[in-house]
Write a protein that binds this ligand. Structure first.
Ligand code: ASP
Length: 325
């Protein structure tokens, strides 16, 4: 089956929004990140081009970023106060509005796959901790030793955050505490997709905040906050100050504005981000509608992002002026 149906295909991704400074992001580093973004786009596009579903495209795209040490999800996840990598992820399908999520998991290699298994093979929407890990193992997903998630630069970040008694979002750490090697760290990852059947899907995956404790969970695994998809409006994935995105019901809020007020996707994203700012937060949103129109908006200095459509050309961006359409 190929995508000869009437609907255009589209995939939009993000790799986190934050304080990304040109002076600290060397061309080589930028290229490395753009490379993974392009691989993610290409993986998701292959699914869509072959007539696969938007849900499967979202998973394919996110798995690439989860498997990369460059992003704060899966392999590149940040450390909690206790020195663990506690991962959160969610996924939602726009045609049925079915959804699945996991939170606080420490041994599931690809949390987005576990979120999908919750959506498709359980009666629930969200599973957490050990229970989620047991479920994932029963579903045949890849379980790893928690040491798989160890990366030196994330460990170093944790030591700095502990020393400063800070709970830090990836990019906030960028600006305040540059690492000796000048490395840049990035946030949460997400994807929104439109398949050839006209169906939308959204997914988000993260390691959360460096030095988080007490089982803190942000917006990323919360349906309506970090992720939302509804064929009647849009698919949305968020990155940013998780607590504020939860309080603003950011992803649902964006979708509801498009559905009820019939406003363009970029305007809906900007309104949500303005509300986030009012509450003292910042971050970014990717938004895609069933016509293939999309926006990647942020009120931070940068957001790792990319888009791909029928032409199969992967376009990636970091700074505000970078075009991805
Ligand atoms: N929103 C994520 C969280 O609060 C963090 C991020 O987007 O970087 O867990």
């Amino acid at each position: 089956m190929t995508s000869t149906n009437s609907s255009p295909i589209r995939l939009v991704i993000h790799g986190g929004a934050g304080t990304i400074s040109r002076s600290r992001l060397t061309p080589e580093r930028e290229q490395a990140y753009r490379q993974v973004l392009a691989e993610s786009l290409t993986a998701g596009h292959a699914v869509l081009k072959a007539g696969g579903s938007s849900v499967d495209a979202v998973i394919a795209a996110i798995v690439v970023m989860e498997d990369s040490p460059l992003f704060n999800a899966g392999k590149g996840a940040v450390f909690s106060h206790e020195g663990r990598n506690e991962l959160d992820a969610s996924i939602m399908e726009g045609v049925t509005r079915m959804a699945g999520a996991v939170a606080g998991v420490t041994s599931i290699r690809n949390p987005i796959r576990a979120a999908h298994a919750v959506m498709t093979n359980s009666a629930h929407v969200m599973l957490i901790g050990h229970g989620a890990e047991t479920f994932a193992a029963e579903q045949g997903l890849t379980i790893v030793d928690p040491a798989y998630f160890y990366t030196q630069h994330r460990w170093d970040q944790l030591q700095k955050a502990i020393a400063k008694e800070q709970v830090v979002r990836d990019h906030d750490m960028e600006s305040s505490a540059p690492l000796p090697n000048g490395d840049e760290k990035y946030g949460t990852v997400g994807a929104v997709a439109l398949d050839c059947y006209g169906n939308l899907a959204a997914g988000t995956s993260t390691g959360g905040l460096t030095n988080k404790r007490y089982g803190r969970v942000g917006d990323s695994p919360i349906i309506g906050a970090g992720t939302y998809a509804d064929n009647r409006s849009v698919a949305v994935s968020a990155t940013g100050s998780g607590e504020i995105f939860i309080r603003a019901a950011a992803a649902f809020n964006t979708a509801a504005q498009v559905r009820l007020q019939q406003i363009p996707v970029a305007e809906a994203a900007d309104r949500t981000l303005a509300e986030i700012a009012t509450l003292g937060g910042d971050g970014g949103l990717i938004v895609l509608n069933a016509a293939g129109n999309f926006a990647a908006r942020f009120n931070t200095s940068g957001m790792y992002r990319g888009a791909i459509g029928d032409d199969g050309i992967a376009r990636t961006g970091v700074f505000p002026a970078d075009p991805i359409s």
